[in-house]
Ligand binder design. Structure first.
Ligand SMILES: [Zn+2]
Ligand SMILES: [Zn+2]
Length: 159
């Protein structure tokens, strides 16, 4: 499976002032139902696509707000100052690893998270079509790694 093969991820914020083109391999795709993600997205859950980047081409200004997580980590939350769309999260000491808000991709047709976290605070009407569901954070974030046989995250298998 080509899940370690870099591909191009292209997208931008809602107003178009921020555009990105990232060559990366996808590491994880999941939906988070925690209150922070509900607050951030203004919706029922947030989605995250973790990328191991090879090259990152970003046009436009990003502003940053740092959230301190209960685990003592710092999450740098990057957004378009014009329209407010959250675009990237950076919380890893590894600068190559970034989390993008995958709803900002131009092509969202292949996004289908098989992993859900924080079911304990999920909206009661959300149903899960997966058995990879955690009540809170997974014990090990390796659990969020993309399983090539069970996710459609690579473009080859997702289209
Ligand atoms: Zn914008
Ligand atoms: Zn969350």
């Amino acid at each position: 499976m080509p899940d370690a093969t870099p591909e191009s991820f292209v997208g931008g914020c809602q107003c178009g002032a921020v555009r990105y083109q990232i060559r990366a391999s996808a590491v994880a795709l999941f939906a988070c139902h925690c209150h922070e993600c509900q607050k951030q997205s203004g919706s029922a859950f947030g989605m995250a696509l973790w990328l191991r980047t090879e090259s990152c081409d970003i046009a436009g200004e990003l502003r940053e707000w740092t959230r301190h997580t209960p685990q003592g980590r710092q999450m740098r939350c990057q957004f378009c100052p014009n329209c407010g769309s959250r675009v990237f999260h950076r919380s890893s000491p590894d600068p190559q690893l970034i989390s993008i808000k995958p709803g900002t991709l131009d092509d969202t047709s292949w996004l289908h998270p098989r992993t859900h976290i924080w079911r304990s605070s999920a909206q009661p009407w959300v149903s899960f079509d997966s058995d990879c569901v955690f009540d809170g954070n997974p014990p090990d974030f390796q659990a969020l790694s993309i399983q090539p046989d069970t996710t459609g995250v690579t473009k080859e298998s997702g289209r």
